[in-house]
Design a protein around this ligand. Structure first.
Ligand code: OTU
Length: 662
C-alpha cells in the first residue's frame, strides 16, 4: 500500500491549505478530546485539562501536517487521527502528578539535558543485579560514579530463547517475569527521579517479536493484524523488494524475509527471523505504537531510545533505509509526546552513514543521538596511532543542532561497525575498503602485532563486510597483556583505555558508560556453550557483573579499582568544569598526526584537550598553542600540574591532558 507520490507533493506544497484543514479538524475533534480528558468520573481538575488543551492547540498543526503527509491519502484518515488524539488525551489523564510537574519544569528549562552534569550509564538489569528489586541496592554505586542517566537495556516480555537480547518484544506493557513487574519499574522510575537520575528505556519500534499478540493474530489469519506487518503471499513481490535491500544479520539468514508456515506468507524480517517488521504505512500501527509509547512515558521514562530508526519505512525500489517517511514518523511521535508527555525526549539509534545519522537529530525529531562516528574513529585511531581521519571527520562533521546533544560512547551492547564516510577516508589518502579490512583484521587479533582480542560479528562473504564484538578492555589490549603476564603490556593497555575514556568524557555531549567498563571488564566466552547465544558474538561483551573484588572492598592497587578511580576523577572534573557543558568541541590542528586535540569553551573557561594516540612521546610546537590561546600558563586538570606556555607541550606515550588556559 503506497500512496501516490504526486498527491503527497501537492499536499506538502500547500501549507496554507494544511493550516486551514488543521484548524477545521481540531475544531471538529475538540469536543471528543475534552470528553476523553475528563474521563468517566470527570475528576481531572479543569486546570490540568486546560494545560493539555493549550499544548494540543500549539502542536496540533505540526502533528496534523506530518500525519497528513504519511496517511492523508487514506480514506479513513480522520478516524485514525481522532483515535490518536483520544489516546493522547487519555494518556494525559492517567499521567502521574509528579510527571506532569516535571513536564512543566522541563518546558521552562528545555535544555536541561545539555548540562555538563549529565553522565550516562547503561546496563542489563538481570546481568547487573538479577532483577529490578536488586537494582535498588546499586543506586549508591551509580551516584558514586556520578551517573545522572541510566539506560536499562530492554527488559520487556520476550520469547524465552529467541529474543535478541530483549529486542524482540512480545508485550510493551509487561516486564520479563525474571526481571520484575511493571509496578516495580514504575516505582524505580520515581526513585531514580528523586535521586536526580533520568531513566532511559528502549522503544523497539521497528519490529515486534513473532510472539507478540499482534503476530499471533496475523499468523492465524486476522486480516487487520496481517496489515500490522509486511506479509506477502507472492514471492515475486518479495523478490522485487529484496533487490535493493542489504542484509543486516547475514549470518542468520540471507535476505530480509521469512516464510511463515501457518499463514503461508512471507514476512518482512530485517533482523532475526523472529523479529517481524511493523507496517507503519498502516495508520493503525502508528496509533497502536503511540499507545505503547505514551504508556511507557507514564511509567516515568525520561529518554526513549528509538531502536533501529533507519528501517521503519519501506518503499519498493529503494533500500528501505533512512527514507524521508522514517523521519516524518519520528517527528509525528515527537509532536504527540510534546502534547501528552512533554518531559520525555527521544534518542536516535541510527548506526548508519554519518550523513544519515545527523538527519535524525533535531529538537522536533530526536534531541539525543548516539555518536557512532566518533566511536568508530576513536577505535580506528587507536589501531593506527594516527588521528588524521578522526581529525578530518570531526572538523567538518562535528556540528549538530544547538538544542540537541550527542551521546558519546566507546562501547555498547552492540558490535562496532566502521561507518566512516568513504570520501572522508579518500580525502586523507586512505582506501576505505582496504582500511575496513585492516581494522577488522586488527580488532580480531589477526593483524601481526595487534593488541586486540575482538570477535568477528556478521561476516558477509558477498560484500566482505564484518563488524567487531568485544569489551573496551579486551579490544584495547588488556586481555592479551594479562594472558602474556607482561606488566609492560598491561600498563600500555591501561593507558590506551584511559586515553579513549578521556575523549569520551571531554568531547561534549553526554558520555555514556557501558557498565562493566568502569572497572575494565574483559570478554566473557561462556556464551559459546549456550546454544541460544552461541551464534551471536555480541554476547562476548554482555556478561554478568562481577564486583571489583570478591567482597567489594576497595583496593587502590588492584587494576579494577585503578580503572574505576581514574574514571571517577574524569567524571567529577567534567562536572566541575563549566567549559565541558554539552556544546561541541572545536578540533585543533595539532600538526602532529598522532595527537588529537580540541578546545572546549564555556562559562568563561577555556580548556585544551590533547590526546596522544602513539605509544611514544610527542611534541606539540608552540605556534600551535599560540593559535589556541594567549594564556601565560596552563593547569593540567588531570594531574594538577602547572605548565608555562612558552616551549610547546611534551606528551608521553598515550598521555592525555586537559589544559585549562589561565
Ligand atoms: C539495534 O541495532 C539494537 O541495538 C540491536 O541490539 C538489535 O539486535 C537490533 O537493533 C534489532 O532490534 O543492527 O547490529 O542502525 O546497526 O539498529 C546492531 C542500524 C543493529 C543497526 C542497528 C541495530
Amino acid at each position: 500500500m503506497q500512496r501516490p507520490e504526486p498527491l503527497k507533493q501537492r499536499i506538502m506544497n500547500h501549507s496554507d491549505w494544511i493550516s486551514r484543514e488543521a484548524e477545521k479538524s481540531l475544531t471538529r475533534l475538540l469536543p471528543g478530546v475534552r470528553e476523553a480528558l475528563a474521563g468517566e468520573d470527570g475528576l481531572l481538575p479543569p486546570d490540568v485539562r486546560s494545560v493539555f488543551e493549550t499544548r494540543l492547540k500549539f502542536h496540533f498543526p505540526r502533528l496534523f501536517r506530518l500525519l497528513v503527509g504519511l496517511y492523508g491519502w487514506q480514506y479513513d484518515f480522520h478516524y485514525h487521527l481522532e483515535q490518536i488524539l483520544l489516546t493522547a488525551a487519555r494518556a494525559w489523564r492517567q499521567r502521574p502528578e509528579y510527571l506532569r510537574k516535571l513536564d512543566a519544569l522541563r518546558e521552562a528549562d528545555p535544555h536541561w539535558f545539555k548540562s555538563e552534569q549529565m553522565v550516562g550509564g547503561v546496563l542489563y538489569v538481570d546481568l547487573f543485579a538479577d532483577n529490578l528489586a536488586g537494582l535498588h541496592d546499586h543506586i549508591g554505586y551509580f551516584k558514586r560514579l556520578g551517573l545522572t542517566y541510566l539506560h536499562l537495556m530492554p527488559l520487556f516480555a520476550v520469547p524465552r530463547e529467541c529474543n535478541d537480547g530483549g529486542y524482540a518484544v512480545s508485550d510493551y506493557r509487561a516486564i520479563h517475569p525474571d526481571v520484575g513487574t511493571m509496578e516495580e519499574l514504575t516505582e524505580l522510575a520515581r526513585i531514580l527521579n528523586n535521586e536526580g537520575i533520568s531513566l532511559v528505556l528502549d522503544f523497539v519500534m521497528n519490529h515486534t517479536s513473532d510472539e507478540h499478540d499482534w503476530a499471533w493474530r496475523a499468523r492465524s489469519g486476522e486480516a487487520d493484524y496481517q496489515d500490522f506487518y509486511l506479509m506477502f503471499e507472492d514471492r515475486a513481490v518479495v523478490d522485487q523488494y529484496q533487490r535493493n535491500l542489504r542484509d543486516i544479520f547475514p549470518d542468520i539468514r540471507r535476505g530480509s524475509f521469512t516464510f511463515d508456515k501457518q499463514s503461508g506468507k512471507w514476512v518482512w524480517t530485517t533482523f532475526n527471523n523472529f523479529q517481524w517488521d511493523l507496517n507503519y504505512a498502516n495508520p493503525a500501527v502508528f496509533h497502536a505504537m503511540a499507545e505503547e509509547m505514551l504508556f511507557l512515558a507514564n511509567v516515568g521514562v525520561d529518554v526513549l531510545r528509538l531502536d533501529a530508526v533507519a528501517f521503519t519505512w519501506k518503499r519498493m525500489g529503494t533500500p528501505c533505509e533512512n527514507l524521508p517517511e522514517a523521519h516524518q514518523l519520528i517527528q509525528a511521535f515527537n509532536a504527540l509526546v510534546r502534547i501528552a508527555a512533554p518531559s520525555m525526549l527521544f534518542k536516535s539509534e541510527a548506526i548508519v552513514h554519518p550523513d544519515e545519522v545527523v538527519r535524525y537529530i533535531h529538537p522536533e525529531e530526536c534531541q539525543l543521538s548516539y555518536n557512532p562516528l566518533l566511536m568508530a574513529l576513536l577505535w580506528e585511531a587507536l589501531a593506527t596511532r594516527d588521528v588524521t581521519l578522526l581529525r578530518y571527520a570531526m572538523t567538518h562533521r562535528g556540528d549538530i543542532h544547538p538544542e540537541c546533544v550527542w551521546v558519546n560512547y566507546l562501547r555498547c551492547h552492540d558490535d562496532i561497525g566502521w561507518t566512516f564516510d568513504d570520501d572522508d577516508a579518500r580525502a586523507v589518502g586512505i582506501d576505505p575498503d582496504g582500511h575496513r579490512r585492516f581494522l577488522n583484521d586488527f580488532y580480531t587479533g589477526r593483524f601481526p602485532g595487534s593488541f586486540a582480542a575482538g570477535m568477528p560479528f556478521q561476516f558477509n562473504p558477498e560484500t566482505g563486510d564484518l563488524r567487531i564484538s568485544g569489551t573496551l578492555a579486551s579490544l584495547a589490549g588488556l586481555e592479551t597483556a594479562l594472558a602474556e603476564r607482561d606488566p609492560v603490556l598491561v600498563e600500555a593497555s591501561v593507558r590506551r583505555i584511559n586515553l579513549l575514556r578521556s575523549i569520551m568524557m571531554s568531547a561534549g555531549g553526554i558520555p555514556l558508560i557501558y557498565l562493566g567498563d568502569e572497572w575494565g571488564m574483559l570478554n566473557d566466552y561462556t556464551f559459546l556453550s549456550d546454544p541460544a547465544r552461541a551464534g551471536d558474538t555480541r554476547w562476548v561483551h554482555r556478561s554478568r557483573k562481577k564486583w571489583q573484588s570478591k567482597d567489594g572492598t576497595y583496593d587502590p592497587e588492584a587494576l579494577e579499582w585503578r580503572f574505576f578511580d581514574e574514571l571517577v576523577t574524569m567524571v567529577s572534573l567534567r562536572k566541575e568544569l563549566p567549559a565541558f557543558k554539552n556544546s561541541g568541541m572545536k578540533v585543533v590542528d595539532t600538526e602532529n598526526r598522532h595527537v588529537f586535540g580540541f578546545l572546549r569553551e564555556g562559562g568563561g573557561q577555556r580548556i585544551l584537550v590533547l590526546n596522544n594516540f602513539s605509544e611514544f612521546p610527542r611534541h606539540i610546537p608552540q605556534h600551535v598553542l599560540d593559535r589556541c590561546t594567549s594564556a601565560t600558563m596552563f593547569v593540567d586538570r588531570i594531574t594538577g600540574r602547572t605548565v608555562q606556555n612558552g616551549d610547546g607541550i611534551d606528551l608521553a606515550g598515550h598521555q592525555y591532558i586537559w589544559l585549562e588556559c589561565l
